[in-house]
Write a protein that binds this ligand. Structure first.
Ligand code: SOE
Length: 390
């Protein structure tokens, strides 16, 4: 079976998730489409990179991402760095013929994303974007149910992504609160996950009407490079403050190309909500509800049920459902974040070895950047309905 040397760029918690998935994928998906070898990892200093290599099982380490993209022995790269660096790294990697799995969002602007799409197309490399939640078996099952027509014509999509790690004003001003690095706040960081789910389950979004809100305009400056979500920095009481120039909350209505409508809300300031990704989809013949905090389960209601028996039934996902036969032998053993990354890695390697297109890919990332820009334009015009320009 062919092995592929993988370089991981960035060594934070996303690099942990990617590294784990590269190691575990062949244990779940056998015969594997290819065997990823944890070859080289990059962090901001040589010491941190060497530490990451021993922690995550890589042979080599470097403090310069160019060493990885220029290394002829590297076949594929994971880009796990903050958003503003994705374009430069991906374009260089594509030019050197590396297959690319890039963390989300693809880029901070549609212009950057377009350059990335051009680079992967021109150099014919497999490209994938790490919107992992669509690889949850219950979400893939929702797609199967919609595609089969069981809930009829989709009329409405309601999605949320609510967290609370930034609700505390003492949460330090990491890169996630700076538009020059992150592009936007909750919108790009987590709203884009729901936009991905909406496009995956319902279809393309053509128009948006949006409101963005920043609740906490200043946060304590942190001199740490560690991306700690929600943790107050030591000495936070006396730390100098820096300006937040991204949204804390994004809420927007959407109109899909096929006539369905919907709404999406994303915030990292919702006390009590941790990773509350939900969608409820109403069709002409039934409804579907998913809540990531109960991610083994899909709730489905059918209009065809006897009138006195109507209501949501709970399907516990297991071996009979998408990806399930590769995961665990009975339903409800607990599908988690790791499994979504393992499935993502499988889809990435399947696309590399089959020469097919991975999903979601850079073109999806570009489409989502266009939607994000339409949301930002709509906000500036007091929430007016705004066309997504492509
Ligand atoms: C922080 O909001 C974060 O780590 C996001 O960046 C991820 O995309 C999400 O999966 C978990 O939360």
């Amino acid at each position: 079976m062919k092995t592929y040397n993988v370089g991981v760029i960035g060594a934070g918690f996303m690099a942990k998730a990617h590294s784990m998935a590269y190691a575990a994928m062949p244990m779940f998906f056998w015969p594997a489409p290819g065997i990823p070898v944890r070859y080289s990892i990059c962090d901001v200093t040589a010491d941190l990179a060497a530490d990451a290599a021993s922690r995550l099982g890589f042979t080599k380490s470097t403090d310069d991402w160019r060493t990885i993209v220029n290394d002829p022995d590297v076949d594929a790269v994971s880009i796990c760095t903050p958003n503003d660096s994705h374009a430069e790294i991906a374009i260089a990697a594509a030019r050197n013929g590396k297959h690319i799995l890039c963390e989300k969002p693809l880029a901070n602007t549609a212009a950057e994303a377009k350059a990335m799409v051009d680079a992967v197309v021109d150099n014919n490399v497999t490209n994938m974007l790490a919107f992992n939640y669509r690889h949850t078996p219950a979400v893939a099952l929702a797609r199967e149910i919609i595609d089969s027509g069981e809930i009829g014509t989709v009329q409405t999509f309601r999605g949320t992504y609510l967290q609370d790690w930034s609700a505390d004003a003492s949460t330090p001003l990491s890169w996630r609160f700076q538009s020059a690095i992150a592009g936007s706040g909750a919108l790009g960081d987590i709203g884009t996950h729901v936009i991905d789910l909406a496009r995956y389950l319902v279809g393309e979004i053509n128009e948006v009407a949006a409101n963005l809100k920043t609740y906490i305009p200043q946060r304590p400056l942190s001199n740490s490079t560690v991306d700690k979500l929600g943790a107050a920095a030591p000495g936070v009481e006396t730390a100098p403050m820096g300006a937040v120039d991204v949204d804390d909350e994004a809420s927007f209505a959407v109109r899909f190309a096929d006539g369905a409508t919907g709404s999406i809300e994303a915030t990292r300031n919702a006390w009590g909500r941790n990773n509350f990704i939900t969608f409820e989809i109403h069709g002409s013949a039934g409804s579907i509800y998913f809540d990531y905090e109960h991610r083994d389960e899909l709730r489905v209601a059918y209009a065809s049920d006897r009138a006195d028996r109507r209501g949501f039934r709970i399907i516990q996902t297991g071996p009979q459902h998408p990806y399930g036969d590769h995961l665990w032998p009975i339903p409800a053993l607990g599908i988690g974040y790791c499994e979504t990354k393992i499935v993502e890695t499988y889809e990435f390697f399947k696309a590399i070895t089959d020469g097919t297109q991975a999903s979601p890919n850079f073109a999806d990332g570009l489409a989502i950047c266009h939607i994000v820009e339409a949301i930002q334009r709509s906000h500036l015009t007091d929430g007016a309905w705004t066309h997504v320009t492509r």
